[in-house]
Design a protein around this ligand. Structure first.
Ligand SMILES: Cc1cc2nc3c(=O)[nH]c(=O)nc-3n(C[C@H](O)[C@H](O)[C@H](O)COP(=O)(O)OP(=O)(O)OC[C@H]3O[C@@H](n4cnc5c(N)ncnc54)[C@H](O)[C@@H]3O)c2cc1C
Length: 414
């Protein structure tokens, strides 16, 4: 795969299919289509010098089992299928992963109805092995945690999604398809027989294209002629980590009962595949689509967010949550306090700053935070318009879904 020790591949002048975006979703889609169409010329065009630089490398690393998602939604189906396929893929490709299981904890009676609803959803979605817990059951699994009731999902696990994405890239190159990095697609023109993608290497005439550009998905879709709705609004997710001596406070994954009307799962404590224990992420609307530092603000990103009517509608509804997220971002003690609801022994002295990711969250014009995955079409092109969590877990199933759609829509020649 492209890395510092390998010369970068130039983007081809012509190809049958271009995949724009070399994150885990774009790479999974390219891999699936390259395997199905060995005679077609397929290339991946990635803006950064390395693959998977953005969300793929800045997340909780959790293989979700499908507990949360509304039955019948794309997320529900593609997460359950995707998790199963991802475990098989990791086994087959020797990628380190662990079925460590997860506990979702209710700490007071007001959360019990939501916990019931999660149990109902998980069962409807076919999540394997789900079990209800009482206070004693919680302590058996997580001796330092406390709660009055919980759910245990033994099939939830952990992996390094960047390692998975790199392995997909390896598979792609093995099929003979190409991957060009440092290649930002800047404009899209629809011709009679092809799309002309202008980029930093020059231009590629592509029979068809699939755009999997994460936080920049809306901009490319609009350039290809799509509606501006939904817009991507960046939500920064910062993590703390436990100091090495306190990692024994958490055995596997401890999650709160989330608010079902928000697409975020709340501050959780998660063992990472490298042995660290993460606490987070926060969910703070920020001024740049790559705001890995809180102080990074990009004029265009900020204007796009502020000029979007959905932003103001969302803020009118969720301002209280916004204020609480701001406190978590600004005050480490408030952040730790939120996690200590589940692990009371946790102290501010036990944690240090880890890293932050930026969620590419689609926001509808009417102010709705779009919960489900969204895919759409323009002429000769498909667009992944909303692929937030659990899209990394679901990447292989999303790839099948998009490839089926591509086969229905495009004539992929060889
Ligand atoms: C804080 C956080 C925690 C998360 N936790 C989990 C989790 O535990 N489990 C899980 O399943 N999911 C999780 N997710 C979600 C998951 O990380 C994402 O859903 C997934 O990585 C999306 O992959 P992607 O390929 O769509 O996006 P990305 O990885 O962001 O890739 C998009 C790519 O497109 C490229 N690109 C953009 N514009 C252009 C252009 N013009 N030309 C060429 N290339 C372009 C970008 O450089 C980038 O490499 C989390 C996300 C965040 C932020």
């Amino acid at each position: 795969m492209p890395s510092s020790d390998q010369p970068a591949t130039r983007a081809p002048e012509r190809c049958d299919l271009a995949i724009v975006g070399g994150g885990i979703v774009g790479l999974a889609v390219a891999r699936e289509l390259a395997r199905r169409n060995p005679d077609a010329s397929i290339c991946v065009l990635e803006r950064e010098s390395q693959l998977g630089t953005h969300q793929t490398d800045h997340n909780s690393g959790v293989i979700h089992a499908g507990v949360y998602y509304a039955p019948g939604s794309l997320k529900a189906r593609l997460c359950v299928e995707g998790a199963r396929e991802l475990y098989e893929y990791c086994e087959a490709h020797d990628i380190t992963h662990e079925h460590c299981g997860k506990v979702i904890i209710a700490t007071d009676r007001s959360e019990l109805a939501r916990l019931d609803e999660l149990e109902r959803r998980a069962k409807a979605n076919g999540v394997p092995g789900l079990r209800r817990l009482d206070a004693e059951g919680i302590r058996e699994l997580e001796p330092h945690a406390q709660g009055i009731a919980g759910l245990h999902s033994p099939q939830t696990g952990i992996v390094d999604f960047l390692a998975v994405a790199r392995s997909y890239a390896h598979d792609i190159l093995e099929t003979g398809a190409s991957i060009a990095t440092d290649c930002e697609v800047q404009s899209i023109r629809t011709g009679e027989r092809a799309l002309l993608l202008s980029h930093t290497h020059g231009a590629t005439e592509a029979g068809n294209a699939i755009f999997c550009a994460g936080a920049w998905a809306d901009r490319l879709a609009v350039k290809a002629g799509a509606n501006a709705d939904p817009r991507i609004v960046p939500f920064r997710g910062a993590y703390l980590q436990l100091s090495a001596e306190r990692r024994d406070l958490v055995r596997s994954l401890i999650y709160p009962v989330p608010d079902p009307s928000l697409p975020f799962l709340g501050v959780h404590l998660t063992k990472h595949i490298d042995g660290e224990v993460l606490i987070g992420p926060t969910a703070l609307m920020v001024g740049a689509r790559d705001a890995y530092r809180l102080t990074t603000v990009r004029r265009r990103d900020l204007l796009d967010t502020l000029a979007w009517p959905g932003t103001w509608r969302m803020l009118a509804r969720w301002w209280r949550t916004g204020v609480s997220e701001l406190r978590h971002a600004a005050l480490r003690s408030a952040f730790v306090h939120a996690a200590a609801r589940y692990v009371p022994e946790l102290r501010v002295e036990d944690v240090q700053v880890a890293f932050a990711g930026v969620r590419a969250q689609a926001l509808a014009r009417d102010g709705r935070l779009v919960d489900d995955f969204v895919f759409s079409h323009t002429e000769r092109a498909l667009h992944v318009r909303n692929a937030p969590s659990p899209a990394a877990t679901s990447s292989l199933a999303i790839a099948r879904h998009v490839a089926d759609e591509a086969e229905r829509t495009f004539e992929l020649s060889g």
